[in-house]
Design a protein around this ligand. Structure first.
Ligand code: HEC
Ligand code: HEC
Length: 506
């Protein structure tokens, strides 16, 4: 199993008396999904922080190969013969199909959507299936949410044997949508697809034939004929926050990892009953912060239950998407989702910095971004407590002992010489002021921008308030040059390289 924040994999042995930890091995930054080769010799691990899949030899416990994939791979799945692996690149919005023999990428399929989650491969090895989110970019009003014009839950299937477009089906019924679909499993015969929806706390059971469409489809809502056919579409309430799901070998049951319930649930597919709950420990009474975490992930707090705070602020960070919220007092202007890491220390809030305090900012998000009901004082207390737990992660671009690389040390000097610290200061690399930096639009209702924190900027692409820059290099040479900001000379190629090394270390 992968230990996401410890950057390690723990190998466990299944013994008659339970599990025994054999070895814990460092593998690289932010390991997420893992798949074991059919002969048990190797494991393939997606390294979210390194845009790489690493091969771990399960006999020697050494890493043998690093295969570059798209940006931020989270989950992956092997074909039954172990010869191909399908990797979902969350930030890259694509699926890489890799030949495990050569380590070559055979083809890359764009998903035209974000929030790619668990991958499963069909028994005939022709398709990889995975949940994703369509992002439509319309202004966030109740009407547009209901039309499926803000976001929508979809299942994609991606061809594995040859290059081709991704095909998809839509899942959301109007008025009672799905939030944050996450886990996906295929029955051993490949006919049943089970998907978990963490935000609406349920499981969806779908049976083939399903109308997967590439061009001209799918629509914004679930196919009407599926909605009327309980043999092909069912929703099973599970509570908590159901995430990963796996079928038992006989295909009759699934096991669901339920994060907020601290439990595994065994569900009978035929009857839809939870036949067994296996508690995994954890406190009996959730803390205030944990209640806030539950609210943050509760899609039922949005209009028609289409999404939660975590849909856009994935894991309290950002999914990199642009949305037309009313948080800038204006519709028809897309803004990039701000990361909430370190949020308790980075007042004022929003890109324009018009929100001075966190509590009103949370309140505003509940009723405008979510178009949901008024939160109670207790709700805001809980979310505030949760926000205090959201911290920056240690940068993988530092030396192993946490010190700066030589290039980053030079970059620190450039940062000072170019007076970046005027606006990006102190441990947060932000400051409370509002500045005009040449990126304003004459249409802006609110003038100027608040400097975003530069901590963890390495994992926040695309950049600037409308996501116009793909890379830090582009930010500093195209849109945010020293000469425009502080009147200092623009960066030489060497200064640019060093400065970017420094920024990535924050
Ligand atoms: C549809 C996507 C979306 C959803 C859902 C969403 N947000 Fe946001 N959030 C954004 C965007 C986009 C911004 C930047 C808006 C701006 O600055 O104009 C933002 C900004 C914020 C900020 C300001 C952050 C900062 O550093 O200044 C806070 C706080 C926040 N959101 C909290 C929440 C909470 C709490 C929820 C759930 C109740 C939520 N958001 C739901 C997209 C979303
Ligand atoms: C006058 C104040 C000011 C100065 C000086 C300044 N910045 Fe900024 N910075 C801002 C503001 C405001 C934004 C947000 C602008 C926007 O998105 O439209 C920003 C955005 C950024 C971003 C994008 C962050 C993100 O999450 O998208 C980076 C990177 C950055 N600055 C780095 C620097 C560096 C490096 C320097 C020195 C060369 C510098 N800044 C100097 C105010 C400043």
């Amino acid at each position: 199993m992968t230990n996401h924040l410890s950057d390690t994999v723990t190998v466990l042995e299944i013994t008659p008396n339970g599990l025994r930890a054999v070895r814990t091995v460092p593998v690289g930054d932010e390991p997420r999904g893992i798949a074991i080769a059919p002969d048990g010799s190797r494991a393939y691990v997606a390294l979210g922080g390194e845009d790489t899949v690493v091969v771990l030899d399960l006999r020697t416990f050494g890493t043998t190969k690093r295969i570059p994939v798209g940006r931020e791979p989270w989950h992956l799945a092997l074909t039954p013969d172990g010869r191909r692996v399908a990797v979902a690149n969350v930030r890259g919005a694509s699926v890489s199909v890799i030949d495990t023999g050569t380590g070559e990428t055979l083809h890359t399929v764009r998903t035209n959507g974000v929030n790619l989650r668990h991958v499963a491969v069909s028994p005939d090895a022709r398709w990889a299936y995975l949940p994703f989110l369509s992002e439509r970019g319309f202004p966030i009003t109740k009407e547009n949410i209901d039309r499926g014009w803000i976001v929508g839950s979809r299942i994609a299937r991606v061809p594995l044997t040859e290059a081709g477009p991704r095909e998809a089906i839509s899942l959301d019924p109007r008025g009672k949508a799905f939030g944050d679909i996450d886990g996906l499993a295929l029955s051993p015969d490949g006919r049943t697809i089970v998907v978990t929806a963490g935000g609406t706390q349920e499981m969806i059971v779908l049976r083939q034939p399903l109308r997967f469409l590439a061009y001209g489809g799918p629509g914004d809502h679930i196919d009407a004929d599926l909605l009327d056919d309980p043999a092909r579409f069912r929703r099973i309430p599970l509570g908590g926050r159901p995430l990963a799901v796996r079928f038992t070998a006989d295909g009759r049951r699934v096991v669901v990892a339920n994060y907020l319930s601290n439990a595994l649930q065994v569900v009978d597919i035929e009857s839809g009953a939870v036949v067994k709950t296996i508690p995994l420990g954890g406190p009996q009474t959730p803390s205030l912060a944990r209640r806030g975490e539950a609210l943050f992930h509760d899609a039922r707090r949005s209009f028609g239950q289409w999404y939660s705070c975590a849909t856009c602020h994935v894991e309290g960070h950002t999914n990199g998407g642009n949305f037309d919220t009313f948080n800038d007092k204006k519709y028809n202007v897309l803004k990039k989702t701000l990361s909430l890491r370190g949020i308790a220390q980075t007042a004022p809030y929003t890109w324009h910095g018009w929100q001075k305090d966190l509590r009103p900012s949370i309140h505003e998000s509940m009723i405008t971004s979510m178009q949901g009901p008024e939160p109670s004082e207790a709700d805001v207390d809980a979310l505030t407590a949760y926000f205090k737990t959201l911290d920056w992660l240690p940068s993988p671009h530092r030396n192993a002992d946490g010190t700066l690389s030589v290039a980053a040390q030079r970059g620190e000097k450039v940062f000072e010489a170019k007076a970046c610290v005027t606006c990006h200061a102190g441990p947060t690399f932000s400051s409370p002021g509002i500045f005009t930096v040449g990126l304003e639009s004459p249409d802006d209702t609110l003038k100027g921008f608040n400097p975003p924190s530069l901590r963890n900027v390495y994992s926040r692409a695309p950049y600037l308030h409308d996501g116009r820059a793909e890379t830090l290099e582009e930010v500093l040479t195209e849109y945010h040059r020293p000469s425009q900001l502080t009147g200092k000379p623009d960066l030489t190629p060497t200064e640019l390289k060093d400065l970017v090394a420094y920024l990535k270390s924050l």
